[in-house]
Design a protein around this ligand. Sequence first.
Ligand code: EPZ
Length: 426
Amino acid sequence: MDKFVVRGGNPLIGTVRISGAKNSARPCMAASILTEDEVVLENIPQVRDIETERKLLASMGAQIELGYGRAQHRTRIQCASLSNPVAAYEIVKTMRASSLVLGPLIARTGMARVSMPGGCDIGSRPIDLHIKYLEKMGAKITQDHGYLEARTDRLKGTHIIWEKITVTGTEDLLMAAVLADGETIMENCAREPEVTDLAALLTAMGAKIEGAGTSTIRVQGVTKLHGARHRINPDRIEAGTLMLAGAITGGDLNVSGCDPSHLGALINTLHSCGVRCDVTGDTIRVRSEGILRAVDVTTVEYPGFPTDLQGQYMALATQLEGTSIITENIFDSRFKHVQELARMGADIHIQGRSAAVRGKTPLSAAAVMCSDLRASAALVLAALVAEGETIIDRVYHMDRGYENIEEKLRGVGAQIRRMGEVFGKK
Ligand code: EPZ
């Protein structure tokens, strides 16, 4: 298993470019199920979760063409016929893929057999609300041997009031509603930019959608959708991770190719810490010098502070003067990085859904292990300021959602290399 070896101490200086958003690319790839025509997606990140999504669609009968060379971030998908509308456990077990293909499969083929999502390291993640509202749209859903079996003649438009704001729930039911009979109104929807990005693709495919990006989305179902070409949003979580890397190392870093309007909560928090963030077009320049102050953070649905940056912010909080209280509101066990940061000397006390992080605490290198995608990023950030050489194990977690992260960091001065790799990709 690949490991990262990181020697701490270098401020990050220069410009780093952001890839396309994993959490936009995945629902947009699933949306290709809704038409027999070709869907062309640009700015697709080359990360493992996208590889898994491709395998999943191909296993259902989709034709998938990967771009290469200059077109390596382009994917052409055609679901002319879906001979096997099944999301097999073997493919989806590493990633909660089923939650994004259930709605589109039922809407397009009238049936779906998808493996129930397994456990996840960040807490319980049921899809009960997806099921509840697909049933309200007329799907008959049964559970059998770890699989959900769903059938319908045609889904019917309905009124949904989400009990909880759910990103993939909103996306899954949006994809179901675009081919349903009649109007669907969804209230208390997720407002994440990934939902807006998906709605932009669906609209380009001929769907009738209003209100994406707000709490209330209206969909007028149509009988057929056509092909489209769509450019995926830049990854706001990758951008946030690199901004925090610039801040923690006391660097001067330009994070370019991002959409600063998606990062308001983080920019405000960094300003409160004393970190300068200057926005120019699609670039955020992050500069931090001198003493940085502790600031409390609570994770909230968009446009609040994203849970997917909680661990990375916690790494920074170990270097802030004072105590930062970090409260995780979205997932019930997303503090797996705390123990590993403590191995590096961090002073963190968990109480229920909050963690008190005392700083400024010098960190020292240690052997640590990744437990999930964003926890891995937290460990890399801590290692960038730790004294000595940190060995980070199980970086396959990070490869799920960060494209060439070690090269990007090395490009702005970090001392990081992948074990299993001798100075530069094979
Ligand atoms: C999406 O997950 C993201 N994944 C997650 O990013 C992100 O952490 C999360 O949204 C929150 O922002 C993708 O977009 C692929 P939710 P999702 O449904 O949609 C509860 C990463 O690191 N809930 O919005 O699965 C749920 O348990 C990943 O890239 C139900 O109870 O999250 C949670 O407590 C990790 N029943 C809350 O809602 C349901 O049917 C929000 O989860 C659905 C959700």
